[in-house]
Write a protein that binds this ligand. Sequence first.
Ligand SMILES: [Zn+2]
Length: 356
Amino acid sequence: MWLYLYYQKIEFVLAKDLTVPYNSSITNLSFIENIKNGKILTKEEKIDTTKLGTKKITLTFQNQYGRKENQTFAITVVDITPPEIKFQENLTTIEGNEIDLLKDVTAFDDVDQEVKVLVEGTYDFQKVGTYSLSYVAKDQSGNETKKEFTLTVEQKKVPQSNTNTNQPDTTFTTSKGFQGTTKNGVTYIDGVLIANKTYSLPSNYGNGLTQDTMNAFNEMKNGAKTAGLNIEIISGFRSYNKQNTIYNNYVARDGKTAADRYSARPGHSEHQTGMAVDINSLYTSFENTAEGKWLSANSYQYGFILRYPKDGENITGYMYEPWHFRYVGKDLATKLYNNGSWITLEEYFGITSQYE
Ligand SMILES: [Zn+2]
């Protein structure tokens, strides 16, 4: 009888699912749901789940009469988390100007660390249009992440002058004594086209980056290249209609007050002038990159100004944008550069930037 009891079987129930996610916090005892006629002697310990694959776990049980017994079972560590893709907002380029679609895209996976990203879909840098594409990243366990983005290829044309607005021409003098003219709804001060919150453009104005802007940008791109840097236009000309869509999306997302701090209402965007470009990034951290620093220190030599400087929001009407540059020509850009402490067009000309 005693022997019979000594050999009494220990019954235990294991949890059904013996697969565990990578990097999960789990112990060797968490699979034991129930024990009868005995107890567990093995101490509770964390299982190392930082490596994929199957591992054996041996537990020691003891029945109430002192007999010990080992039981071994296998658990499998699996990767169930797809990679995470980080990417820029939607991309824009000008017809014929190829850009690297993967430039600011990164994908990280909990197991594989860096994962390769592929572009899915068809597009043509030579053809104007909006292409719906996806970034796809797959880890070695086959978990896949897909993120949609659009590539807009814009038309490359020299702007034509507008004649179909009926507003009379007006002239005025700014508070700093500069001569301003508004012709067909387009305002020039001392010959410089102005688009801000006070001065707008007609809805039909503009249809591409101006040739001067393109030439100056290419010259600046070469200068950057000599310094070992790469600069790309990620947003150039934006039509009134496109700005209307963008602005309304921001208003829907963040509300009008917030949207007005970083996005222009249609007709008020400097991108509609065909003389403004967003370069490389739309994150404030761009100021700390080699390209951001180089542009801030050198753009004036190519005729570009950093249009919305730091702490200039109450003057320009917009938050700091270290990526947004406006072509004004070398002479004016050099004056506004002011040894790195940018003077805004508003301060220089003595004009406002406020919605009515
Ligand atoms: Zn911009």
